[in-house]
Design a protein around this ligand. Sequence first.
Ligand code: HEC
Length: 585
Amino acid sequence: MKSKFYLSLAVLLTLNAPVKAQELDALIERGQELFNSDTGCHVCHALSGEGLVGPSLLFGPTPVDIFDQLESNPVMGVIVNEMDPSDEDLAAISMYIRTLAEMELEADLPQRWLSDLEIVKSNQSEQLVFAMTERDLQVEAIETYASVRETWTRRSNEGSLLSHYRAGVLQTFDPGEAKFEPQPGKTYFYENVGTASTPAVLFEGYTLPESNQIVVGDAETHEVIASYLIPKSLRATVHTTMTSPDGRYVFIIGARADGVDDMAVANGLARLEASATLIKVDAVTLQPVEQIDIGGRLHHGQIFRDYLLLDMFGRGPDGLALMLFDPQTNEIVGGVKDIDLGGYVYTVWSDRDYEYIYALMEPAGYAPGRATGMAGAYAMYQGRLMAMRPYWVAKINADTWEVEKEYPVPGYRPNWLIVDAAKEHFYVINTLSNASKINIETGEVVWTNGTGIGPYGGSLNADETELWVANKGEAAGFSGRTITIMDTESGYPEQTLYGAYKADHVLLSPNGKEMWATSNAEGRIYVYDVESKELMTKIDMPGNGDAHGLAWVYYDENGEPRTVRDQGNFHNGVNPMTGNALNAP
Ligand code: HEC
């Protein structure tokens, strides 16, 4: 509210006459009042104008100078919100600052300032008017993330989405001899390595391994202890390493049920579309014990309650998109189909208490079937697509199989999701090079920020102050070599670490002190010290097979094993994010 006196001053100024001495005093007084008000300029520029957080103003800024700041300087947003100065207010403030700086107070300054300000403002409005095509208008109508949220309509069906698929054991095998002797009190890591790494980037004349190998190593010394090359008849394009909750079995992808050699089938996406099998491996002999038809081609997997939560690359004709598989009985206890979710499932995740399943969802149609998301991401990087329909996260209640909430993602092609220990936020990492922090309750996006190029997996450090992101180069067409560390509070990408080619997963170890990054290209695992960010070691996989997924199994004092960490979560009571790290060094 402006004073009566001040209104008359404003009238006077617009009359374009030089101010008289007594009016000048009133103007200066008004300027002083504003400058020194509770949320006024003095807060940041000092009562003397010599500067505090903000710089010195003793050069005598004009109203145009101040206006420019108010337009462009977010720190001064408080002035816009609280004071909302009129042109006359700015003239008064400028004049008062001149008294602080002991500058001349010419009587004609106020109108000169006001007409300058008028010119600046009208130039600015002219600049904003451009011709728009019909297409421009269409884009403008949908280009903001806010518009995606405002217009969001539920994609999934209502009610229980539970579907079933009857899994079946196709073959059983003799488990063979123990390949190592697990010791009480020790932790072992498991890695399934494949035949498709590209160490040509490292060694000339390199030949690929003939089949997948199950590798076991000492989590403390980082040494590989034993490995087993599975029969060629069972090999498949490597994806994922899982262990059962009791740590007695390792699960990997296996050959197609029809026995056609996986590698002999057409290359690329077509190969990933073909249905395949699940291989159950004895965790001590490292040899397959069963080959199981699960109605699709395994992509990722992790422990969920007493089960394994799986998401699929290819789905068979009656196959599920995501499922819970019982590692004891080899049964699929339930799952969901894409059609019921209103899009294609890419990967699935969970919170530490296995309350919800978070499915990362892709809009259909950028390529046939579930190849849609990857094809869309490629097309965006290559500029054939300029925008895509939104991708989203479906939060599924694992007891009722209902989708309780959908979260449109402010980015393209989400790959990976991490729920914080408090289950308040999740972090989602997108192929199109950004990551977001989203409030689970409200769906509000806390921040979104750029990562390195083509990021894939990520992990929080133990106190959840950092989000480590593996910049694989996914869909960007080259081999990424970096890890980005983002501040979880602000989203600011604070550090870039040098790393392995095409590291796609990065996981906090169960002792909470190391980050393990699996390189698809080099056939190695890079281990970083979380505190110092130093690269501690590179673990070579046998034959440089491509590493994919990781699980840690701990043997207690009685020699009983249990899985404590896999690509999804920490398990069986161990979780450095809740202060319960495994007591290994
Ligand atoms: C909350 C803190 C804050 C308040 C309040 C604030 N400023 Fe500032 N101001 C800043 C900061 C910080 C900068 C420097 C911005 C930069 O470096 O980009 C700045 C810059 C300026 C500049 C540019 C200085 C130059 O060297 O070009 C002017 C002019 C200015 N402020 C005037 C004002 C006036 C007048 C007010 C009161 C109406 C005010 N500011 C209130 C923080 C503040």
